[in-house]
Design a protein around this ligand. Structure first.
Ligand SMILES: Nc1ncnc2c1ncn2[C@@H]1O[C@H](COP(=O)(O)OP(=O)(O)OP(=O)(O)O)[C@@H](O)[C@H]1O
Length: 754
């Protein structure tokens, strides 16, 4: 899609077109905004509702259901589909509380529960063979394990054993689910997601899982959708039996539904039911689970035909400052609607700021506490868990209590961190060379690609003898030469460490990482590129943190090993994915640096589509805040994220301040078009001038990944990375004859090639 797509398809006008007197933020007499009321009273065919974050979707949809019932629709002809159980329970509870007593209510379900019911019906009617659902995790894991063993039967035992490590089994389980969610073939998915060559067995193992499920008459959760769907798509007779009962289907969080869910919805709706799809294409962040921002856009009409479009533009979560910042933040994306997010007048004032490093993080939390606010009302959001390690260590050092959205992500529970702490400890306590458990940890992390059983035998011997075994030793038998070499190298490093005890922890860690080629090993052992990136970033974060505690190596080791627990009153640390649908009075987004957020690396460059995906994730992150939002970059060598400049928080804060004071003084803004549109939509006025000192950042770099070019000295090549300020980007080019080079695009002697 190119350019912004207009909202008007015969439905209600978008806020861009709204007459100045018809402000979307005005409440009608029954407490709904005019936009919400339009959704409630929608008549006619299909509808798409584009709701900004915090738009009161549940309130609106509950009122829509009640309106349909009052208009005489039978509850059995209505179906409401929610994304997960929590949302379903929330919706049911609100519906029950607002419905007149004894009113029969429609079905509110998740996609999985609909799939379950369809499976039961199709089985009863003889279209599907009966199967038992594998409910327990261990049942599923056993199945995956057996399939991997069978797929790798002909290979060597080391390969098999490492393929059976829990992380890799989990990756295989996700692969199987995704094949079914995307309704694709295992080979096509493997290619599309660029799995590592070491996971090539996934494709065959998928087939084995399917055969085993069939032979044992069992199925997984993913089958609850894809089995009935396949059956209905192949059997017109079965289809006839399930269609025609529904007149309305309402689907929430539509932007995150996958291909199987989309097609199942199409089947259920048939040609009679009117579909109301509610969601926000800007918050589509589950592409790795098969969701596509396009589902709310062109794909909807492709599947269902014409639809009326309704905006829900008013947020009840935060103030004008953040609403403006959100509009600035997302405007660089092309795959979206032209829709502004507007703050309701009664919302809290939201203060915005940006800062650098741990000092900014700790100062913000201290100010929050000094103002008498609870730390439990604060949330630190990170793009990936590896970035949470520096936050955890900083909070531990400052004595600020915290809790993690996933407890297994505590620093002291991460095997790689524990191993690195173990290397440091060995340098200080040479007697640990005689401790088999300690040696096993250091031989396992980062992996030496040798089975645990073999390693156990080897470390027992090493701990006892303290010398590398002779080449005929039983503990080395059966190992490939490369494995022997790697193990011996690791042992030599361990023996060397005590002599380096005087080195600083950061220098020592850098030495360990170099000596075992940790970056390469971590990337090689990861099933997906993202996992490799994440592990490598974790190494960086730890070395940076070690640098900060240069004078206190003991303190650093202790910090890494500190067995902390979730403190219910503590600051929450979560990934942005985990924060979806939630909100907090104080939100701090940590790690806003190029490469971290937006995330990219040499191995995983940022295509225009991936940049838009990252920007949506950033949009979700900032729109979680109610009263205060703080954007933090690391400082040091890391360049600040382009998203910080794109968001213009200081300017948005100034405008919000002027609106709160009802000022008549003019405000300098970078892009008056957005601000003027915003003010008109909320029915406010403010004299604006153009900020000529810091003009709006260019949203779109003229250089794109994949472009071919010629350099006066290096010859022809292809751009693999574009980063930094879009007006003056740094590009990385893979030259056909001169390798990879980083260049400042505007200064290098470059010529574009067609
Ligand atoms: N028209 C309105 N006027 C005032 N407050 C409203 C209105 N509509 C919704 N709200 C408030 O907004 C908050 C969020 O509403 P609700 O629970 O319906 O939304 P949600 O579905 O959880 O949020 P989201 O839109 O982010 O998915 C609630 O406190 C609700 O009372």
């Amino acid at each position: 899609m190119s350019g912004f797509e207009s909202l008007s398809h015969g439905g209600q006008p978008s806020n861009a077109d709204a007459a100045p007197t018809d402000h979307p933020v005005q409440a009608t007499c029954d407490g709904l905004t005019p936009e919400q009321l339009a959704v409630v009273e929608h008549q006619g065919g299909h509808a798409r509702v584009a709701a900004v974050a915090g738009a009161g979707k549940t309130t609106t949809l509950v009122r829509r259901v009640l309106h349909l019932l009052e208009s005489g629709e039978h509850p059995k002809r209505l179906l409401v589909l929610m994304f997960n159980r929590a949302a379903r329970d929330d919706f049911r509870a609100k519906l029950q509380s607002l419905a007149p007593p004894a009113r029969q209510l429609p079905d509110v379900r998740t996609f999985h529960s609909i799939g379950h019911r369809l499976t039961q019906s199709l089985t009863r009617w003889g279209f599907l063979a009966p199967r038992q659902l594998l409910q327990a995790d261990w049942q599923r894991e056993r199945l995956l394990r057996q399939a991997i063993m069978q797929a790798l039967e002909a290979g060597d035992s080391e390969t098999r054993e490492s393929a059976l490590e829990s992380e890799r089994i989990e990756a295989f389980g996700q692969f199987c689910d995704l094949v079914k969610a995307e309704m694709t073939s295992p080979a096509a998915l493997f290619e599309r997601l660029e799995y590592a060559g070491s996971e090539r067995h996934f494709v065959d193992a998928f087939g084995i899982v399917e055969t085993m499920l069939e032979a044992s008459g069992s199925m997984t959760y993913a089958d609850l959708l894809c089995r009935p769907l396949r059956c209905l798509e192949a059997n017109p007779e079965a289809c006839q039996r399930v269609q025609g009962f529904l007149s309305h289907v309402i689907v929430d969080e539509y932007q995150d539904i996958n291909e199987a869910q989309l097609r199942l919805l199409k089947m259920l709706a048939g040609s009679q039911a009117r579909v109301m799809a509610v969601g926000d294409a800007n918050q589509c962040i589950y592409e790795w689970r098969g969701a596509r921002p396009d589902a709310m856009l062109a794909r909807f009409e492709g599947l269902f035909g014409q639809a009326s479009d309704y905006p829900l533009s008013v947020t009840f979560r935060h103030g004008h400052g953040l609403a403006l910042a959100a509009n600035y933040a997302i405007r660089g994306n092309r795959a979206r609607r032209d829709q502004l997010c507007l703050a309701a007048p009664q919302n809290p004032v939201t203060r915005l700021g940006s800062g650098t490093g741990a000092a900014a993080l700790l100062a913000a939390l201290e100010r929050w506490r000094d103002a008498g606010r609870e730390t439990g009302d604060a949330c630190v959001l990170v793009r990936s868990w590896s970035l949470s390690v520096s936050v955890q260590l900083q909070l531990l050092r400052a004595g600020i209590p915290f809790r993690l959205a996933q407890e297994e992500r505590f620093v002291f529970r991460l095997p790689l961190v524990q191993a690195l702490a173990g290397y440091l400890q060995l340098a200080r306590e040479p007697r640990r060379l005689q401790d088999p458990a300690h040696l096993l940890l250091l031989f396992s992390q980062p992996t030496t690609f040798v089975a645990q059983e073999r390693l156990k035998q080897l470390v027992e011997t090493l701990a006892r003898t303290q010398t590398w075994p002779g080449k005929d030793s039983v503990v080395l038998q059966g190992l490939k030469p490369v494995q022997r070499r790697n193990l011996k190298k690791r042992w030599q490093l361990l023996c060397e460490l005590p002599s380096l005890a005087a080195w600083s922890p950061a220098k020592l860690l850098e030495h360990v990482v170099d000596a075992i080629d940790a970056e390469k090993v971590l990337r090689r052992s990861a099933a997906r590129r993202e996992k490799g990136d994440e592990d490598v970033r974790l190494l960086d974060v730890l070395i940076e943190q070690a640098g900060e505690l240069a004078n206190d190596p003991e303190g650093f080791i202790e910090l890494l090993r500190n067995p902390v627990e979730n403190r219910p009153d503590g600051v929450l640390i979560s990934t942005v994915h985990g924060a979806k649908g939630l909100e907090w009075p104080l939100v701090i987004v940590w790690g806003l640096n190029e490469e971290d957020f937006p995330h990219f690396s040499r191995e995983n460059p940022l295509s225009p589509e991936r940049l838009e995906e990252e920007r949506r994730l950033y949009y979700v992150a900032i729109t979680r805040a109610r009263e205060r939002l703080l954007l933090i970059q690391d400082g040091g060598d890391h360049r600040p994220s382009r998203f910080i400049a794109e968001t213009s928080v200081e300017e948005c804060d100034r405008i919000a301040g002027a609106l709160a004071r009802d000022d008549s003084a003019s405000v300098a803004v970078r892009d008056p078009r957005i601000v003027e549109r915003y003010l008109a939509a909320v029915g406010r006025q403010l004299p604006l001038t153009v900020d000529s000192i810091s003009p709006a950042p260019a949203m779109d770099s003229a250089w794109r990944v994949g472009d071919r070019l010629r350099h006066a000295n290096f010859g022809t090549g292809e751009i693999v990375v574009v980063e930094g300020d879009p007006a003056n980007p740094v590009i990385e080019v893979r030259f056909d004859g001169a390798g990879r080079r980083r260049l400042i695009a505007t200064r290098a002697p470059l010529e574009r090639l067609a």
